[in-house]
Design a protein around this ligand. Sequence first.
Ligand code: KG4
Ligand code: ZN
Length: 359
Amino acid sequence: MRILAIESSCDETAAAVVEDGETVHSSVVASQMVTHGKYGGVVPELASREHLRAIVPVVREALELSHTPLGELSAIAATVGPGLVGSLLVGLTYAKSLSFASGVPLIAVNHIEGHIHAVIMECRHAGTPVEYPALALVVSGGHTHLFEVCEGFQYRLLGKTRDDAAGEAFDKVAKLLGFGYPGGPIIDRLAPLGDPTAVKFTFAKMKGNALDFSFSGLKTAVLRWVEAHDMADEIAARRALLRECPQPTPDQWPSVTPQRTVDLLASFQHAVIHELLTRAAASAESIGARTMIVSGGVACNSGLRKSAQAASLPYPVYFPTPGLSTDNAAMIGAAAFPKLVRREFAALDIAAQANLALA
Ligand code: KG4
Ligand code: ZN
């Protein structure tokens, strides 16, 4: 059973054709990075406009690459939330129209559930299915959540960020230091060249749920460090590089980044990884997890992948391949498959929900 999936919750217009929640026949992602890069973050109005421009060719390409005529689809899935409402509306409305015109049923998918299913799909495909209960750590620009995932895809929220998401912290720290957007990939490239013990960051103890996260204090600590270390010239040099060349290659950054700053980035990344893995491991232990799933854009981070490996946890830890870690539509097609089996279709008047929760 083939599903055409559409994702447009933030700044990627994506479409994919996925068979039986397991095989990706096509996955097309049109990134808006160049548009938002110059503003140092996603501009919602521009995102909607770019989605409108991209949606028709992206969906057409996904169908063509997979050699799937509309009539052979078992369902059309679209992200219904959470995300930017103007962005969600483009993909969802397009999916509704296609569904109405073709008579193929519509399935509404939660974006966070999509991130979790990126891993479930790849594990099934590899012949090592996820065992339940599983602990899912979803870390992206918008989310830092810990879920218990039970058999039959029932979710229970165990912890979440109280302020910034981990990806947001990467992006804000990169921006304040004069690096481009998104910050995660740049910090990921530079951190291995630095000393992660150079700057000691301390975290305030969490009141209430000990499995919640907080990253805004870390961001402020980096800001204070920057203010105390006279970095104006090097920040100006990086901003000048960005003006000249909006998407610098990774080897252009070291020439405008002194070792002391590389050490700061390494220490910052180390602190984020430590927070993420400590709480994820504690949550996994509390539910007797048989698998850990790490997904979302920050799951691309090579330091996070290495640390998770090095922790030798008593259950397998699975990350998606990088193309399925950041926003894509294949994960939406995978999450839609169990709903197709249950014939859980959406009405054509379903609304986009910017703050949709998974549990
Ligand atoms: O999942 P995603 O594509 O979109 C959201 O749903 O937010 O995640 C984007 C986020 C951005 O904050 C970006 O900086 C971060 O993921 N990211 C990374 C890396 N690649 C992307 N963070 C750390 N290391 C990376 N390699
Ligand atoms: Zn996402």
